[in-house]
Design a protein around this ligand. Structure first.
Ligand code: SF4
Length: 238
């Protein structure tokens, strides 16, 4: 990775406002051209991430320089891990599995069992937040697949912004899109997606902390259901 000629953090608000009405592919192209191998992307293989990877694949050889990784907590659905294989084969991407230093088994032994029920913030911190922070070190920007219409917390998210927590730029090309826009793209481009989306899971995280949603429920209602937790701490403070 080389870190020369990257935009100054003070320029990011202006850049972001330039993209206020832009399509995701324009934002993505700018991100790839600007950051190249200094660009990384975390994906949990949700439908939005699958769409971003499909768009990346259309951008040619420069897009192959983008580092893509999945935070493999040890608690993911088997369908999620199978989808990684499918995507790698389809696009020729290498998607790194990033794991916490302490295995799931070691962590459970230390706490006397799983802690996702009693201490989900600590579980997310160990299995997601710390590995993410360590993986982002040295990169100039990371791509996120969040949409502004997902939650109130995400509504004011700038498309390009400085991520103070991780000390690099954060770019959200799908920020302007709705859930319907994402699914229209999936249909038009025959994008592979997690089969759990067709079984009532609009948002997919770790298996123990994700349930299917009922008709009329919010798309993230199945994440940490029955608790006040709404974010894992990757994008927003918990
Ligand atoms: S989503 Fe659940 S299982 Fe996954 S890291 Fe967080 S608390 Fe642990």
């Amino acid at each position: 990775m080389t870190q020369t000629n990257l935009p100054d953090r003070s320029d990011l608000p202006t850049i972001s406002s330039r993209f206020d009405n832009a399509q995701p592919i324009e934002i993505l192209r700018w991100a790839v051209e600007t950051y190249g191998s200094c660009l990384t992307m975390a994906t949990a293989f949700g439908v939005e991430g699958c769409v971003l990877m499909d768009m990346l694949a259309t951008l040619g050889s420069d897009a192959r320089k983008v580092h893509i990784f999945n935070l493999d907590t040890g608690y993911q659905f088997k369908e999620t891990l199978e989808l990684r294989e499918k995507i790698q084969a389809r696009y020729g991407f290498q998607i790194e599995l990033v794991r916490a230093k302490e295995s799931r088994e070691e962590m459970e032994a230390r706490f006397g069992g799983p802690i996702y029920g009693a201490q989900p913030d600590e579980c997310c911190r160990i299995r997601k937040v710390v590995p993410l922070r360590e993986t982002l070190e040295g990169y100039g920007a990371w791509l996120s697949a969040i949409r502004r219409d997902q939650t109130k917390t995400r509504a004011n998210h700038d498309l390009v912004q400085w991520d103070n927590k991780h000390n690099l730029a954060k770019i959200s090309p799908l920020g302007n899109w709705t859930r319907e826009d994402v699914w229209a793209y999936v249909r038009e481009h025959n994008v592979d997606y997690n089969p759990l989306h067709d079984q009532g899971y609009p948002s997919i995280g770790c298996q123990p902390c994700t349930r299917p949603v009922q008709e009329g429920e919010h798309e993230r209602a199945g994440r940490w259901s029955g608790t006040s937790k709404t974010e894992c701490g990757l994008h927003f403070q918990i």
